[in-house]
Design a protein around this ligand. Structure first.
Ligand code: NDP
Ligand code: PHD
Length: 345
């Protein structure tokens, strides 16, 4: 069965990555593209300043961009991907769900609302059951699932593996985030070249809250957030793609480097088209992972870990993922695949 899909915010940085992922997808067919009033009525080629590292798909380039309005999206579209600015998403996404659409959204609005599933399919696919709760509480016909913030996605699979094996108590993380995370006009070249910026607005709180929800237990009615304390410090550096993070994870049980590496390597993936066969790759070399060398492993959907060391209370390690693929567009597509697999489409 082919699922007809639409992309809201299709002309943006994440929207372009979504099109790159969806165009060759075995189960999804692009049927609607939306953006702001500045783009409405234009061909996608005209409206989107295409900046992705593969050619613009010709069939998509000729599609007409429509307004971000449920009346403008054909009724036979089964699934929407949203990559709208969060302020726009907050106002507009509920209108689509109320109109009956099922949506996989990358935007940060509603991520920590109690009845909204925030999922990384390899980690907490069962949280999708919150859709029944949101339908009961909000009277929605459609459904809304969110993927987390890109920095959060990078560290949570390794943390989930360690939590399952040894129990997490405290997590501290410091990030080195690529400029693509800020969008095309997010940081200027004069700001970032030969520089590092030790502040990314709102990012620390997102990492501290979203991670605890993702690592929480769903009991069929609500998610009990994980008790671990999480503290984050976020920094922008002049890499293009790939967020690198230094993590200190305190564990309830003693753990050696070898035991940690085994738990990470053996953490299971999920059988969905965009999920890698091996979710977490563990490097032995002390200077890996690195953004330029390791962000594209498993087509940008892999999580890389290295530099594992024992500490007084647990472990220290480095992790890396491609922020606009695993951290954004690929994460949304994977959630779309999960919605299909679980019968929501
Ligand atoms: N960049 C990244 O790495 C990541 C981004 N995100 C999140 O994804 C979302 C999109 O980010 P990004 O792609 O970088 O943003 P961009 O600014 O590049 O793109 C925004 C998109 O939304 C459209 N849009 C803007 N305003 C409106 C409006 N009022 N009504 C309808 N459509 C509108 C734009 O259309 P137009 O071209 O016509 O202006 C464009 O298609 C944000 O919520 C961001 O926080 C999450 C993780 C990573
Ligand atoms: N803030 C992230 C990207 C982003 O937009 O995240 P979010 O999806 O939480 O808004 C970064 O700068 O790298």
């Amino acid at each position: 069965m082919t699922v007809r899909v639409g992309v809201l915010g299709a002309t943006g940085a994440v929207g372009q990555r979504l099109i790159q992922q969806i165009d060759p997808h075995p189960d999804f067919e692009l049927a609607a593209l939306t953006a702001s009033s500045a783009s409405t009525g234009k061909s996608y080629r005209e409206a989107a300043k295409w900046r992705v590292d593969s050619p613009i798909p010709e069939d998509v380039a000729d599609m007409t961009v429509v307004a971000t309005d449920p009346d403008e999206v054909p009724d036979d579209v089964d699934l929407l991907f949203s990559s709208l600015p969060s302020s726009v998403g907050e106002a507009v996404e509920p209108e689509f769900i109320e109109a009956g659409y099922v949506m996989s959204s990358n935007s940060s609005n509603f991520r920590t609302d109690e009845d909204i599933p925030l999922t990384i399919p390899e980690v907490n696919a069962d949280h999708l059951g919150l859709i029944e709760v949101q339908r009961d509480e909000r009277g929605w016909d459609g459904a809304l699932v969110k993927n987390p913030n890109c920095s959060t996605i990078t560290m949570v699979p390794p943390l989930a593996a360690l939590d399952e094996a040894f129990g997490l108590t405290d997590v501290r993380v410091s990030t080195l985030q690529a400029v693509s995370g800020a969008g095309y006009s997010g940081v200027t070249s004069m700001e970032i070249i030969d520089n590092a910026i030790p502040h990314i607005g709102g990012e620390e709180k997102k990492m501290e809250t979203e991670s605890r929800k993702l690592l929480g237990e769903f009991d069929g009615a609500e998610v009990q957030w994980n008790d671990a304390e999480v503290a984050a410090s976020c920094n922008r550096i002049p890499t293009l793609d790939g967020h690198l993070e230094n993590v200190w994870a305190d564990t309830a049980e003693d753990v050696t480097v070898e035991e940690a590496a085994e738990a990470l390597r053996e953490y299971p993936s999920i059988d969905l088209p965009s999920s890698p066969d091996q979710l977490i790759k563990v490097f032995e070399e002390p200077d890996r992972p690195q953004p330029r060398l390791d962000r594209n492993q498993s087509d940008g959907m892999g999580i890389a870990v290295g530099g594992i060391q024992e500490t007084e209370n647990g472990l220290q390690f480095n992790c890396l993922a491609h922020n606009t693929i695993r951290g954004a567009a690929g994460a949304s597509v994977l959630n779309g695949e999960l919605l299909l697999e679980e019968g929501y489409l």
